[in-house]
Design a protein around this ligand. Structure first.
Ligand code: SER
Length: 326
């Protein structure tokens, strides 16, 4: 969507879990549209908020229900981007905590959206909703989903709750099933797809890279500028065009550790890789190789810009300078 052709309501927006991979970049993109007074970037860790010098900030634990409610009331928050979650690999280490945080927080935010008659809510889902019995290639929007990670189970249940709150209470909640997201503005955050973030750091540092996935383990992936564009396009689409209220399949590229390594080697000919699959291989094996996102393309005009080569060139140009921030 061309931002110049849209009139945005200058509403107050709260981003929960701003300092994560998605929030770090989405906060800036939202500030550019809605202005620094209207965007509140929040995170549980005060130290993480230093980088948000372009908008307002708030230390916030999403599980502190009284504090969240008070903030929404006092600030007249009209849109929430609820990004706080425990990711797949970290979730397997503490399943009950992952379930508790991922589910309780979503239900609480949906309730608040209903109570305060909020304009919109955004909540990310993931390819982790799929499981070993799902068709692996060009995975359709509607198919068998039997996720076997606690993260995937929480995302699948969350999708059902989103659709339920839309249908029963008219809460305008929108969601995307992200593939693995790759960006250079934050460090890997405990996901199975995060090897594809780490690999660029190792290449630039001149270090050998050890992949925790096998060389031919394909996963659906997306460069962060595409993910930001998709998120904003979905959130700014007219309500009637958002026909799926669980979560939309979303895709851009698919590659294996060997293929991303080869794309980097074109720029860093001395770069080396080894493969030592660990428990995360089973997680990757349960997820699709590639995704059919035709409903996103049809309903609200999704189109990706970056292929593997273009993404690698962009990251290797920008990451060395950005690394001083870590
Ligand atoms: N990138 C996420 C993970 O690997 C999947 O949504 O956990």
């Amino acid at each position: 969507m061309d931002p110049g052709s849209v009139i945005y309501l200058m509403e107050r927006i709260l981003i929960i879990g701003s300092a994560g991979q998605l929030g770090s970049e989405l906060s800036l993109a939202l500030t550019e549209i809605y202005g620094s007074d209207n965007v509140i970037a929040s995170d549980i860790n005060p130290g993480n908020l230093k980088k948000f010098d372009f908008c307002r900030t708030q230390v916030l634990d999403v599980m502190d229900k009284e504090k969240v409610r008070k903030l929404i009331q006092e600030e007249n928050v009209k849109q929430i981007y609820h990004l706080a979650a425990v990711l797949s690999a970290t979730g397997e280490k503490n399943p009950l905590f992952a379930w508790h945080l991922n589910m309780e927080s979503l239900l609480f935010i949906l309730e608040l959206a209903k109570e305060f008659n909020m304009d919109k809510v955004y909540w990310p889902s993931s390819i982790a909703v799929f499981g070993p019995n799902t068709p692996k290639v060009n995975t359709p929007q509607y198919c068998v989903k039997e996720p076997n990670t606690v993260y995937g189970i929480s995302k699948q249940a969350g999708e059902r709750w989103c659709e339920y709150y839309f249908q029963k209470f008219g809460v305008d909640v929108r969601s995307l099933r992200y593939p693995g997201l790759i960006g250079y503005k934050s460090l890997p955050g405990g996901g199975t797809t995060d090897y594809a973030v780490d690999i660029y750091h190792k290449a630039i540092a001149g270090e050998h890279f050890v992949s925790f996935l096998k060389e031919d383990s394909y996963l659906p992936m997306m460069y962060m500028p595409d993910a930001i564009k998709a998120t904003l396009d979905l959130m700014h689409a007219p309500k009637e065009k958002v026909k799926i209220r669980s979560s939309y399949n979303l895709a851009a590229i698919s590659f294996s550790p060997k293929e991303i390594f080869e794309s980097i080697k074109k720029h860093y000919p001395n770069f080396t890789i080894g493969y030592e699959p660990d428990f995360r291989q089973a997680i990757a094996d349960s997820w699709p190789d590639s995704i059919d996102d035709s409903r996103s393309r049809e309903d609200w005009g999704w189109k990706h810009d970056y292929d593997l080569g273009k993404m690698t060139a962009d990251i290797l140009t920008n990451l060395p300078e950005y690394m001083v921030n870590f």
